[in-house]
Design a protein around this ligand. Structure first.
Ligand code: GLA
Length: 380
């Protein structure tokens, strides 16, 4: 064994159990989740359809890997207590094999309480058994949603309850991304990583409206110290393409989530998507901001009324900068280089346009439409 391999083994053995899954999600997880579009109507055919779309429409190459079933797949437990899928899903192992055959990974959903949010069978008192079942099915990602746990646990038990499933997943022996969903209660960003979470929801549910999406996204400022490789703040899944927002509003959504190093889980019907939606979801230069190896979450660096400037330092020393207009009419939005600790002449590339726009001294200004955004990369 090479010395680097020995070092790796030593570090692995020395790592506290609570971080044993931290080798997954080294960049924010990307993929698709059934909830935002299909909600409880989801079927195995919809999940296969999402996998087929991702594998063939360029999303896989853009980094979308996880195909995640949300609530409403569960049936009853058998005589041994093993969870079964309902008739809409049949055999989850068959579905998992299908998703894997497309070169993708598959996620599933449960709750630490007796029932999920939609009232389906959940993992209360079956944690180890369910973790074993997920591993045997080939599951790669678990979203674990508090829901009815509030009926059987006290709020202060929450970290221990999340640790219990984390330890069960570790014991099951398969790398499984662990997604905590408890809507940001109890400042979860302070303890989510210590209970083994790879990501944790920081807010209540998103919806497909600009007011809701923007309040959630722009409220993330200040949470950046808690995000990093293996452990991410999760401002909820994408609504891009679900029809409730304009093109410019979806551009704002994708720009902001990328600057936030947020998980990028598409939430639309991938089998019926416009070319505009696909283009917003798969812009490689925008995604590269989200997936940057340095893993720093961006933050607000300037604000003037409804005009905001957010910045994210990238691994190569450049900055990604979002110029946002939350107002009702088109406006110029200005990046003053001093707000990102720079001065003098800097190169600017517009990532949505995919072209270098020039060299600028001390400031850069872009016209930004109502509810829209520009995303630039700036370097010396
Ligand atoms: C909660 C979660 C959602 C979704 C639903 C499913 O509301 O926050 O993301 O998983 O439950 O019932």
């Amino acid at each position: 064994m090479k010395s680097s391999a020995w070092l790796g083994l030593a570090l692995l053995l020395a790592a506290p159990v609570a971080h044993a899954q931290s080798h997954v999600a080294m960049t924010p997880p990307m993929g698709w989740n059934s909830w935002n579009h299909f909600a409880c109507r989801v079927t195995a055919a919809d999940v296969r359809g999402a996998a087929d779309a991702i594998a063939s429409n360029g999303m896989k190459e853009a980094g979308y890997i996880y195909v995640n079933i949300d609530d409403c797949w569960q049936g009853t437990r058998d005589a041994q207590g093993k969870i079964q899928a309902n008739e809409k899903f049949g055999d989850i192992k068959v579905l998992a094999d299908y998703v894997h055959s497309r070169g993708l990974k598959i996620g599933i959903y449960s709750s630490p309480g007796p029932k999920t949010c939609a009232g389906y069978e959940a993992s209360y008192q079956h944690e180890e058994q369910d973790a074993q079942t997920y591993a045997a099915w080939g599951i790669d990602y678990l979203k674990y949603d508090w829901c009815s746990a509030s009926r059987v646990y006290r709020p202060e038990e929450m970290p221990a309850v999340y640790t219990k499933m984390h330890d069960a997943l570790v014991k099951a022996g398969r790398p499984i991304v662990y997604s905590l969903c408890q809507y940001g209660l109890d400042l979860v960003w302070r303890w989510g990583a210590s209970v083994g979470g790879n990501l944790w929801r920081t807010t209540d549910d998103i919806s497909d409206r600009y007011d809701r999406m923007s309040v959630i996204g722009f409220d993330q400022d200040g949470l950046e110290p808690f995000a990093g490789p293996g452990h991410w703040n999760d401002p909820d899944m994408l609504e891009v393409g679900n029809g409730g927002m304009s093109h410019d509003e979806y551009v704002t959504h994708m720009t902001l989530w990328s600057l936030l190093a947020a998980p990028l889980l598409a939430g639309n019907d991938l089998s019926k998507m416009t070319t505009d939606t696909l283009a917003i979801l798969t812009n490689h230069e925008v995604i590269a901001v989200d997936q940057d190896q340095k893993g720093v979450q961006g933050r607000r660096v300037a604000q003037e009324g409804p005009l905001e400037v957010w910045a994210k330092p990238l691994a190569d020393g450049s900055f990604a900068v979002g110029l946002f207009n939350r107002g009702q009419s088109q406006n110029p939005v200005v990046l003053n280089f001093k707000d990102i600790g720079m001065s003098g002449e800097l190169h600017v590339r517009d990532l949505w346009l995919g072209r270098d726009v020039g060299t600028f001294r001390d400031r850069y200004e872009a016209q930004v439409p109502r509810h829209g955004a520009a995303l630039i990369r700036v370097w010396r």
